[in-house]
Design a protein around this ligand. Sequence first.
Ligand SMILES: *Cc1c(COP(=O)(O)O)cnc(C)c1O
Length: 233
Amino acid sequence: MRSISNPIAELRNRVSLAAQSAGRTPDAVRLIGASKTQSPQAIARVADDGVADFGENYVNEALPKIAALNDRKLVWHFIGAIQSNKTAEIARHFQWVHTMDRLKIAQRLSRQRSASMEPLDVLIQINIDAEPTKAGIAPEALAEFATQLLPLPRLRLRGLMAIPKPTSEARRQADAFIRLRALFDAAHPAGGPHWDTLSMGMSSDFEIAIREGATMIRIGTALFGPRGARADV
Ligand SMILES: *Cc1c(COP(=O)(O)O)cnc(C)c1O
């Protein structure tokens, strides 16, 4: 066993410990490999170790990687800013979108999602720290936005995602996750019948996020090592 030097084994171990210390089962936390800038080979190595879900931020970068890894049956999550001229590709190649914050985009994705595929699983992005430059809707806008998304036939509304403002203070970090969790809980049953997913936590804060109820964590550097340049440019 070389598990000490294997970052994936070490990461899974940390996920398990964080889940157990919060009284949760490790299976309740789904690990999404944030694979921007990583090559298909690097993604394949992580997939060999049992990670089935990967998140990409840029459609142009993602498409050749998805094609190269097509035979592996991976699940692709779109976790970047959505441009309206890219929605057709997202509807066609991804199973999840974590960054929904505009009705126009949601309507396009629903229209473009093929009837032969599962509905597209969608998370609403919340701008949890009210940062002017950050994507996501305000917490107060959630109820109305969810009401607008629910009737879209080819989308399946699943829950919330946020990227809190970075801070080195553990208590402030936990606070953002606690507020997101409260918002998530309060949206039952308004979020509809599939409301079950809370995407929060990255390499620097996933243990806190798990303690506060994350069901998906998006992990880049702690899984792949440091990022280089984008893979397609
Ligand atoms: C890059 C990225 C991550 C992962 O970041 P790390 O700090 O490398 O774990 C998670 N979520 C989103 C939206 C990202 O763009």
